[in-house]
Write a protein that binds this ligand. Structure first.
Ligand SMILES: Cc1cc2nc3c(=O)[nH]c(=O)nc-3n(C[C@H](O)[C@H](O)[C@H](O)COP(=O)(O)OP(=O)(O)OC[C@H]3O[C@@H](n4cnc5c(N)ncnc54)[C@H](O)[C@@H]3O)c2cc1C
Length: 399
């Protein structure tokens, strides 16, 4: 006899699992769900950001309450040009996600501090010996690296700085690439949360997944100095080493999971943008899709999630090619030139690109003209190569 029973057991209360729980709670109140998270808090330590155009109008009700801060546009800066774009930008914090999921689900649908040991399509064993019987199980436990995939890394250290005087930023700086180009393509990302509070992230598109935290902390401090900001205190810090995907074998990746047949969501299903490694838009789309399914048996859900993820993989072909182009540029300045050129393109195209919906004309436009790195040469330089994206060990957790 199982200790718990539910219609849908969601394993992992990170971004994807929490969004599924919220979506089911809101649109399928007929189902008894159970969200299982190994930590005491949901969502870890994250600031998740997205362009509002990444989320379809029909899905915005799900996301709206999670938004901790929104801005009406954003900036990018390169040595040759700066640009103000009018696409609204928004950030969700794990603190807010945790509070909202708890309030929506109530204590009976949430199991925190509970580590999953094994899962099958209709049963879960926890590390402490307790078991869950479920109509269906979905695994959203995140992943460590991407087996059978190759590419490079987007790595970063972000710090929330409290300043003694206002920073003067009115909107996010999504890329400030005027900084020294070190360890790959480097840029700084800034989110002004309040007049004296700014989140500053030092980011690299790099061939090397290692993070030298003291060095990156110093670079965040140097950037603040260069901006004339005086730091009173650092109130939050996050780090990430996210795989940027250039190629791979999706079916081998899928079949390498330890729990065959179990449905998967989020990064565990490689539902990420191959080039930016961001998963927020796909996590929302998939959570909303799940609310429309009639047959919620574990086996059927396993097949559905496989076909959704395989479809996403096929749709990512263009982004993987751009990743090869980016990483095919040996010198960091050439990588920067790829992004600098991208940000001269029309705003609508940039929105569709980030939302994962580029049309054929958009793709042609991205590749047209004179890319700073010849596409053929870039593809040849990484074709069949790139770096294995798993196993990455601790520093390379795709969290
Ligand atoms: C610091 C950081 C910032 C990021 N910022 C952005 C951003 O701005 N926008 C964006 O789109 N993407 C961002 N990403 C990328 C990506 O969206 C995140 O990694 C996202 O959190 C992935 O969601 P997920 O649900 O797949 O995994 P996670 O959010 O990592 O969730 C997995 C959950 O499963 C739990 N878990 C793991 N194993 C077990 C187990 N055995 N039993 C029970 N629970 C378990 C973990 O504790 C965790 O809570 C960021 C990544 C990082 C690391």
């Amino acid at each position: 006899m199982a200790n718990f029973s539910s219609d849908l057991a969601i394993l992992g209360g990170g971004l994807a699992g929490s969004l599924i729980a919220l979506a089911m709670n809101r649109y399928r109140p007929d189902l008894r769900i159970l969200l299982v998270e190994q930590e005491d808090r949901l969502g870890g330590d994250h600031v998740w950001s997205f362009f509002e155009t990444d989320v379809a109008p029909a899905h915005r009700d799900l996301v709206e309450p999670l938004i901790a801060r929104r801005w009406s546009g954003y900036e990018v800066h390169f040595p040759g040009h700066s640009r103000l774009l009018s696409t609204p930008y928004a950030s969700v914090t794990s603190e807010r996600l945790d509070a909202l999921v708890r309030a929506a689900l109530g204590a009976n649908a949430l199991l925190t501090g509970a580590q999953v040991a094994e899962a099958s399509p209709d049963r879960v064993a926890l590390a402490d010996g307790r078991t869950i019987a479920a109509g269906a199980v979905i695994d959203a436990r995140g992943i460590r690296g991407l087996p059978h995939m190759t590419g490079g890394w987007q790595k970063f250290l972000g710090r929330m700085l409290r300043l003694s005087v206002p920073h003067g930023l009115e909107r996010p700086v999504v890329m400030d690439a005027r900084v020294d180009q070190l360890d790959g393509y480097r840029f700084v990302y800034c989110l002004p949360f309040s007049p004296r509070e700014v989140f500053v992230e030092d980011t690299y598109y790099s061939d090397d997944p290692r993070l030298d935290l003291p060095v990156l902390r110093k670079r965040v401090g140097d950037y603040a100095d260069a901006m004339g900001w005086h730091i009173d205190s650092v109130t939050y810090e996050e780090t990430g080493v996210l795989p940027v995907i250039a190629g791979g074998d999706f079916e081998k990746f899928w079949n390498s999971a330890p729990d065959p047949g179990v449905a998967r969501a989020g990064t565990r299903a490689a539902l990420v943008n191959p080039m930016t490694s961001y998963s927020f838009p796909d996590a929302v789309r998939f959570a909303m899709h799940l609310t429309t399914l009639d047959n919620l048996s574990g086996v059927s859900l396993g097949r559905r999630s496989h076909s959704w993820a395989a479809n996403h993989w096929r749709g990512g072909r263009f982004y993987r090619m751009l990743t090869r182009m980016l990483f095919g540029a040996a010198r960091p300045e050439e990588r920067r030139a790829v992004l600098e050129r991208f940000y001269t393109l029309p705003e609508g195209l940039i929105e569709r690109f980030y939302a994962g919906r580029p049309g054929l004309a958009d793709m042609a436009r991205v590749l047209a003209g004179k890319p700073p790195v010849p596409v053929g040469a870039a593809m040849a330089s990484l074709a069949g190569r790139g770096y294995p994206l798993a196993p990455l060990g601790r520093a390379g957790d795709l969290r």
